[in-house]
Design a binder for this molecule. Structure first.
Ligand SMILES: [Zn+2]
Length: 344
């Protein structure tokens, strides 16, 4: 199991960045990976705090999360002889920091400025390679710093998307159980229970998730950490990614203008829960209460795109067995599913 050694969640958690680095004895030379916005939101402050504590800080600003950008970051870190990296951002700077530090063999700290998906605490990264979005295995952050004040000030749409990614654990775990039962796949009860707990607590407390409320940012941040730890225990993304993620990945490829990862996964969870014979209405109600999308229209995608994504979802990551099976859905079944669950 590869777990973070330090997780700091709370008001002004960013103030602890230098202490965390010292305590973990990471060395003196660090690179902050951010984008123009997140540098202003948190990167400048982190730089100042680290410099006060006599760290040598270099900034690497990215424009996109692509394999080319990862290569550039690697070269930069090597030329500065960096001891460790700090990714500061919603998702893209963290993914670039995660992959580039992994490739050159140095640790990295994840400092999310928004809680929009569980990649901020996992070992996996989502990168653009030749225009296609791909998921890559990298390394678990050695530390995670989630400043709830900063996260609460980020656009609420991002937090609501994070809720969608957490709720998706419900169907991911059901898919995992199915794969254990039908394919004798390795299964961890602990990882499954933890992932499911995070999702169930969020569904039960959906009425407490509100814009600009720091308690909400705190709740979602802790749930994302739990999902991340569940993935670390499992040694894969299995407890947090199943058929609903396949739907989201298919939509990324098919839709002219895809929505946020967590938003699509949330909608996917409603439909996959129907296929599992579970309580899809409670998933839908929770997302509605939070203010996360529950329909194709709210995602900004066409009905036909939802149906196409459902038909092709099983083709994504074929080695991961889910309720979609090896054949997937027929057109008629996909249309019926989307209509019954009120997605279209
Ligand atoms: Zn996800």
């Amino acid at each position: 199991m590869e777990l973070p050694r330090s997780v700091v969640v709370g008001h002004d958690a960013l103030n602890e960045v230098a202490d965390v680095c010292k305590r973990l004895k990471l060395g003196k030379k660090c690179v902050i990976v951010a984008d123009g916005t997140t540098m202003k939101v948190a990167g400048d402050k982190a730089t100042e705090l680290l410099q006060q504590a006599r760290f040598k800080v270099k900034d690497f600003l990215i424009t996109e999360a692509s394999t080319d950008e990862v290569k550039n970051a690697e070269e930069f870190m090597k030329s500065k002889k960096s001891d460790f990296a700090i990714g500061i951002g919603g998702g893209r700077p963290i993914d670039v920091a995660k992959c580039s530090s992994f490739n050159i063999g140095i640790p990295f700290i994840s400092t999310p400025t928004a809680a929009s998906h569980d990649g901020v605490v996992s070992s996996r990264a989502s990168l653009l390679s030749n225009g296609q979005r791909t998921s890559l295995a990298a390394q678990t952050p050695i530390a995670v710093i989630m400043d709830t004040k900063i996260i609460a000030e980020s656009p609420f749409r991002l937090l609501a998307a994070g809720c969608g990614d957490i709720v998706s654990n419900l169907t991911a775990v059901k898919d995992w159980e199915l794969a254990r039962n039908l394919r004798n796949e390795a299964y961890s009860s602990y990882a499954a229970a933890l992932a499911e707990l995070a999702a169930k607590m969020l569904v039960e407390n959906s009425h407490t998730i509100k814009p600009r409320l720091e308690e909400s940012a705190w709740f979602v941040s802790k749930a994302l950490v739990s999902s991340g730890v569940a993935m670390s225990i499992a040694g894969s993304s299995r407890p947090a990614s199943g058929s609903e993620h396949k739907f989201s990945h298919a939509l990324d490829r098919i839709a002219r203008k895809p929505a946020l990862h967590g938003e699509q996964c949330g909608v996917g969870t409603i439909m996959m829960m129907y296929l599992h014979g579970g309580n899809w209405q409670s998933v839908r109600d929770a997302l509605l209460t939070i203010g996360a999308p529950t329909t194709g229209r709210a995602l900004g995608v066409a009905d036909e795109e939802v149906i196409e994504a459902l038909i092709h979802a099983h083709e994504i990551g074929k080695e991961r067995y889910t309720i979609l099976g090896d054949e997937g859905l027929t057109y008629e079944a996909a249309e019926r599913l989307a209509k019954i669950t009120k997605v279209i």
